[in-house]
Design a protein around this ligand. Structure first.
Ligand code: PLP
Length: 480
């Protein structure tokens, strides 16, 4: 994508999200040049493109204004012709510097981890796990170094298959490949079905690691809008499938990161059908599925797949043991390719840890532990909602997630989440700013907060700090 196209997408996102309302004057060329560090030609061409898309109108000697009908507010389904035109563009991704700058700033242990991707380690039965690890290591068959190579430890894969069975999914064990966490599973699946230059549909906003994988493998991202209430825009996806040679989709159907939204069963079924008609594989990232607040695990898209096109990826990182790095994919018709890629890249997940995890799943009361974690997260969400009402301004909007430990906030239009992030870090609080979740660095006035930590005075104080910072003129987008 050319620089002016990237810039146009960024501004388009601001218009679509309502950050720049219909009828408002767009930033002057001088302002755009100064803010984005681009040349006059780039800024002008970006405006021409926005005009072409019907998003802005030029007014002689006065500048550009947001065109009527161009704005879309959060919570509304996004499916207008203009929207589809925007979302169906494929581009190279340049996100890693931004993501690392945000994540690095938040790594200090005394920063309050509202921006963290992890839940609190206090939620996990670490001692019981250590017992299983010790037992399994003591009893380890010396030949397991060879036997447990990919697809992985048989007892562990059996336990994973049993969990699928509990959902009513008959998952053949030989299609399950054990990996180093879900992230490796997702990356291997992506490598199994793409070659450099291919187009991959991703969510916008979506998990930044998907964008980083696309950047690393030299693929092109086709962002598909995710509505915080209704989820992935299937009309936009259908249009993108017509327009681009999309080779794979990387989506979350349950408790999506960052919005927390879960697709309805009807939408999951429709998604699987749509992709089957196009013969396009779905890499389904389902790392939060077990953390549901209602009684049942919401069925993944995998449950509706009859063509072996869904590669379902998950792990124990969010539910049990982040540091053990045990994940897997149920990769359908691609299982063997994924298995070979695993052998060619990191050879195998740690053998003793696989055995330890299998022992825990057999004897460690995983389901009882999960019930406790779900109850804790549900209570923490209650605290988070109360703190949002108490400390943050009225204009803040969010949709309550049905599971997981993230809440996605849409802040008042004038707020710049990156500026808020910088000031928050300086005050000892992290948050995940919207721009790290989209290839266009959009969602400028959105943030993701983590409620995966037991509520404490420190977290309460951090929420109060955020409230104060939101009133600081330094976090506002400069007036044009
Ligand atoms: C949506 C999503 N997918 C995958 C992962 C990676 O999971 P794992 O730690 O098992 O590699 C994360 C971790 O932050 C995540 O948020």
């Amino acid at each position: 994508m050319h620089r002016y196209e990237t810039l146009a997408h960024t501004m388009a996102e601001e218009i679509r999200s309502g950050s720049i309302p219909v009828g408002a004057r767009m930033p002057s060329l001088r302002h755009v040049i100064a803010q984005h560090g681009v040349s006059q030609a780039t800024a002008t061409r970006a405006y021409y493109l926005l005009e072409e898309w019907g998003l802005v109108r030029a007014q002689e000697r006065s500048g550009y204004y947001v065109a009527p009908g161009a704005g879309v507010t959060a919570g509304q389904t996004v499916g207008t012709a203009v929207e589809r035109t925007l979302l169906a563009s494929a581009g190279k991704v340049d996100i890693s510097d931004l993501v690392f700058s945000v994540l690095d700033a938040a790594r200090e242990p005394d920063i309050v981890p509202l921006g963290s991707a992890f839940p609190s380690p206090q939620l996990f039965p670490l001692e019981r796990l250590a017992k299983s690890l010790a037992t399994a290591s003591r009893n380890l068959n010396p030949w397991s170094t060879v036997v447990d190579l990919p697809p992985g430890n048989e007892a562990l894969r059996q336990q994973i298959a049993l969990r699928y069975m509990g959902m009513g999914i008959a998952q053949p064990m030989d299609e399950i490949v054990v990996t180093n966490g879900a992230l490796e599973a997702l990356n291997l699946c992506l490598m199994a079905v793409t070659r450099p230059g291919d187009c991959v549909a991703v969510e916008s906003p979506g998990f930044y690691a998907a964008l980083q994988a696309i950047e690393r493998l030299d693929l092109r991202a086709v962002p598909i809008r995710v509505d915080p209430v209704t989820g992935l825009d299937l009309d936009a996806l259908a249009a993108a499938l017509e327009r681009h040679p999309i080779r794979a989709c990387w989506f979350m159907t349950n408790f999506q990161n960052p919005t927390g939204v879960t697709l309805s069963v009807e939408k999951k079924r429709a998604l699987v059908d749509l992709l089957a008609r196009h013969g396009v594989p779905l890499i389904e990232d389902d790392v939060y599925g077990e953390l549901h607040f209602e009684s049942d695990y919401p069925l993944p898209a995998l449950a509706f797949d009859t063509h072996g096109l869904v590669m379902h990826c998950s792990s124990f990182s969010k539910t049990l043991a982040p540091g053990y790095r045990i994940g897997w994919t149920a990769a359908g018709r691609y299982a063997q390719k994924v298995q070979r890629l695993k052998l060619m890249s990191t050879l195998s997940a740690s053998i003793p840890v696989q055995a330890g995890m299998a022992d825990y799943l057999q004897h460690g009361s995983y389901d009882r532990h999960l019930r406790k974690v779900r109850a804790a997260l549900r209570a923490q969400l209650g605290e988070m909602e109360r703190a949002i009402r108490r400390w943050l301004p009225r204009g803040v909007r969010y949709a309550r997630p049905g599971g997981g430990y993230f809440v996605w906030l849409e802040l008042p239009e004038a707020i710049d989440a990156m500026a808020l992030h910088r000031l928050a870090i300086a005050s000892g609080v992290s948050l995940a700013p919207g721009p790290i979740f989209s290839p266009e660095h959009g969602f400028r006035n959105c943030i993701r907060l983590n409620f995966g930590h037991p509520w404490s005075e420190t977290i309460e104080a951090a929420m109060r700090t955020l409230g104060k910072l939101l009133a600081d003129p330094a976090v506002r987008v400069p007036a044009t």
